[in-house]
Design a protein around this ligand. Structure first.
Ligand SMILES: Cc1ncc(COP(=O)(O)O)c(C=O)c1O
Length: 397
């Protein structure tokens, strides 16, 4: 089956955060949205069919988790990620961010330290702070246009109060798909210091040609024993609104603790549509995903060529995965707040501002390319027009 990713669906007035929260979030409903991390694409046809059939059934009472649900997850991990997951290891969470927060509250005590690698998805910092834990940043380093982990810095920060590290793999916003070597280095350091690794792998299916995602827990039994993997079909198949995610915990003791926390809030049951969508997506969504990845890479090429030609001051950090593009705008000579105003008032686009991702993010913006090429071009045109106008303004000073 051929999927048409050029096909546009009007998402306005569907309570879509990306399109309908512009005024509330940015104070201007006429901005062009290039922010937040969901897609403007219709999800795979088999998922829609399964959900329609479920609607037709008409009864939406409480759900149990059937064997077929577990098997769909196990098969996806095996075929897409060469990772053998056992049924017992699989836990549910109504979202990956809630899962991160539960891991922080369950596996650390107030005052303990938690390491993250900024610039990173903003909730990484807030789940640590909101739980009253001490945030420690092991900043990523931008070297020759590519972000790397700083293992010397990490080593120097791994004291006895550090209990947990939250890894973003693949990394939002810098687009790195960490190599096995990098993950092994990180994992060995954490193991030596008895630090639990919580690996957020929600973007694990959006990996571009030439790169391979390595699930952290698949590397060795020792890593599996000291890690918690949080993922979901939500980013992959555009199902974020169904709030259904998967937490994989090979270690029995850690799993029991996590389940106790979840049980304490009575959050272990699945949403009917989340259950149906997860199962059908993992069973029948691969063909759609393969075509999506081709389209996303073409969008990326389009963005790179377009900005390269019309706004070479903006430097695109080459993503290896995810549908988010991290753009270095520092050559515009604006500070973080000025850049924010520039995007809002001059370019009239809603983007994620780099400074919100923590130290190192200032002067960058994150653009979402998971939309039709035409919509992408509309957003880029606005940015380019504003950059050119600013140049003329500077020149005439
Ligand atoms: C790294 C990362 N983790 C988690 C999430 C959100 O997960 P959820 O909606 O399941 O809470 C996102 C969404 O952008 C993300 O990029």
């Amino acid at each position: 089956m051929h999927y048409d990713f050029d096909r546009e669906v009007d998402r306005k007035n569907t309570a879509a955060t990306k399109w309908d929260a512009l005024e509330q979030r940015f104070g201007d409903k006429d901005l062009f949205p290039m922010w937040i991390a969901d897609m403007d694409f219709v999800c795979p046809a088999p998922v829609l069919e399964a959900m329609k059939a479920r609607v037709d059934h008409g009864v939406f009472g409480y759900n149990t988790k059937p064997d077929s649900y577990f098997q769909a997850i196990i098969d996806w991990m095996q075929t897409r990620h060469q990772w053998s997951v056992q049924k017992d290891w699989i836990c549910h969470s109504p979202g990956v961010v809630p899962a991160l927060s539960f891991t922080v509250s369950t596996f650390t005590e107030p005052g303990d330290k938690v390491i993250i690698q900024q610039p990173v998805y903003p909730p990484f910092a807030s789940v640590v702070k909101n739980n009253g834990r001490e945030l420690v940043n092991n900043p990523l380093v931008l070297k020759d246009g590519r972000y790397c982990m700083d293992f010397d810095d990490l080593k120097s920060k791994l004291d006895s109060r550090v209990k947990l590290l939250i890894l973003c793999s693949p990394h939002n916003p810098v687009g790195r798909v960490w190599t096995r070597d990098e993950l092994v280095q990180l994992g060995e350091l954490c193991r030596e210091h008895n630090v639990l690794v919580v690996s957020d792998e929600i973007h694990f299916d959006a990996v571009f040609d030439g790169h391979t995602h390595v699930p952290f827990a698949s590397i060795s039994e020792a890593f599996a024993d000291r890690s918690i993997i949080c993922t979901a079909p939500s980013k992959t198949f555009n199902l974020a609104g169904l709030q259904t995610s998967v937490v994989i915990i090979p270690n029995e003791e850690l799993r029991a603790k996590f389940k106790k926390t979840l049980g304490g809030y009575d959050l272990d049951s699945l949403n009917t549509f989340g259950l149906v969508a997860l199962e059908s997506a993992y069973r029948h969504g691969a063909e759609w995903l393969d075509q999506l990845l081709v389209y996303l890479q073409e969008n990326l090429r389009f963005l790179q060529e377009y900005l390269g030609e019309h706004a070479p001051q903006l430097t695109v950090i080459q993503p290896e995965g995810t549908y988010l593009v991290w753009v270095d705008c520092r050559a515009l000579g604006l500070d973080a707040k000025e850049l924010e105003q520039f995007m809002l008032k001059q370019a009239k686009v809603a983007v994620n501002q780099g400074y919100t991702f923590g130290p190192g993010g200032e002067g960058f913006v994150r653009l979402n390319i998971a939309c039709s090429r035409k919509l992408l071009e509309t957003g880029l045109e606005r940015i380019v027009k504003a950059v050119k106008a600013a140049e003329v303004g500077q020149g005439s000073r």
